[in-house]
Structure formats: structure tokens, C-alpha cells
Design a protein around this ligand. Structure first.
Ligand code: URA
Length: 229
């Protein structure tokens, strides 16, 4: 990595400020003062800025309780973004692992590790997700077999993969899906003539939303949680 980039990623200074700092001979790499931003920092090098050894930050892995009325996008002209809830620098480097709709709440993973998020979202992995749905009309036991057999969603050519519908009460259910089609859960209920009034994601793979997180709150994942995927 270039030295100016290393400096800006390891500190809060911009690439432009990094050039000035280098010019003032305030940075050494492996004991030798370096003045050029283009200098390639060797792997494992000791970089010192004003007598302080620098370290690149590791990848970021967060779980958020996504609130309603915010979008899973880095910028949006109309709505608040999920990233606006983060009190962190460099949020432009982060992405959400899949998306939840504007009007869906619940477990959302956020990272800057593209390989990790791909393992969760790749259709090949069939990572299960659990949603809690509140319905406008009463559920029927025939819905359970319809979800298990696969549903024809409006405008799609293939049936949905078998999904498990667990009825909690007349108008509430848990849905276990392995796919991530657009508005999937809402469209699945539409395919059986019902309407989702409220939707909340509870779980991705073996990872459950931390019950201590209020809507809009987030926390860093533990090493064990990261290793689940
Ligand atoms: N299915 C939906 O319909 N919406 C979501 O946000 C997630 C899954």
C-alpha cells in the first residue's frame, strides 16, 4: 500500500494532509524517514508518525438493530440511511450485508469485508434468515404447505425455494427463507393472498439480533460471531 494511503487509513488525516506530513519528514518506515506518498509500505513494516507507531485498523463487523424508515444505502436524497446511525469514521468504506426494506426493522450486518459479506449473501451458500411477520388477514394451515412447496411470485419465472412458515397466532408468523429475492417475504405472503403489515428480521444463519440493542443501536461482533460465516 502507498504510504499516503497508509497514513490516512491509520489516522484521521486526509490524503492531502498526509503529503504535507511526509514533506515535513515526520514519518519513518522501518527506521528510515520517507517523504514520498507513493512509497510502497512493505507488509509488516513499522511506520512511525511523530514518534507514535501506527497500525492499520482491522476490518469492521457490526450488527445493528435497523429501525424503520431508514434505507440500506450509503446516500439517499429522501431518507435517513442506516450509516447515519454509526458514530464511526470512514463509514463510506462500509456496506450492508444484503438489504432490508425502508419499512422492515431488525438484524442488519454491516462490514467492510467483501469476502465475508459475499459468504452470507451468495445464493450458493443458501444462508437461512428468519423474519417475524405481522399479517393483515388470518393465516391458514394451507399457507404452511404453500410456503414449503415454493411460491410463484408476481413477475418471476421460477418458484421460491422451499421455506418454513411457523404460525405463532392468527396474524403472526415466523418465516425461514434461504433466498434473498427483492421484497421476498412481502411478496410470498402476497402470493397466498395476504399482506404483511409489519416485518422484522430476527436471525441470519445462527446469529440472532441482540435483544439489548434498541432500534438504531449497534455493536461490534465478537470473534465467535464473525466466525459463524
Ligand atoms: N423480505 C421483504 O419483503 N423485505 C425485507 O426487507 C426483507 C425480506
Amino acid at each position: 500500500m502507498r504510504l499516503d494511503r497508509f497514513l490516512s487509513e491509520a489516522t484521521s488525516i486526509s490524503r492531502k494532509e498526509a503529503s504535507k506530513v511526509l514533506h515535513r519528514e515526520e514519518v519513518s518506515v522501518n527506521g528510515v524517514v520517507q517523504k514520498k506518498g507513493a512509497f510502497q509500505v512493505p507488509a509488516g513494516a513499522v511506520v512511525i508518525y511523530n514518534d507514535v507507531p501506527l497500525e492499520l485498523p482491522g476490518p469492521t463487523y457490526l450488527m445493528m438493530h435497523k429501525p424503520l424508515d431508514c434505507v440500506c444505502a450509503n446516500d439517499d436524497a429522501l431518507h435517513r440511511t442506516v450509516f447515519s446511525y454509526l458514530d464511526l469514521p470512514n463509514t463510506d468504506k462500509l456496506h450492508t450485508v444484503g438489504r432490508l426494506d425502508l419499512d422492515t426493522s431488525g438484524l442488519l450486518l454491516i462490514t467492510d469485508d467483501g469476502k465475508w459479506s459475499h459468504r452470507i449473501t451468495s445464493p450458493k451458500q443458501q444462508c437461512p434468515k428468519v423474519y417475524h411477520a405481522w399479517l393483515a388477514d388470518p393465516l391458514s394451515t394451507t399457507d404452511i404447505s404453500a410456503f414449503a412447496q415454493g411460491l410463484q411470485l408476481h413477475g418471476e419465472t421460477t418458484l421460491t425455494a422451499p421455506a418454513v412458515l411457523e404460525i405463532i397466532n392468527e396474524r403472526e408468523a415466523l418465516v425461514h427463507v434461504h433466498e434473498g429475492r427483492y421484497h421476498q417475504v412481502r411478496r410470498m405472503f402476497a402470493a397466498v393472498g395476504n399482506k404483511v403489515e409489519k416485518l422484522h428480521r430476527e436471525q441470519i444463519g445462527a446469529l440472532k439480533l441482540d435483544a439489548d440493542l434498541a432500534p438504531g443501536e449497534y455493536r461490534v461482533l465478537s470473534a465467535e460471531e464473525i466466525a459463524l460465516f
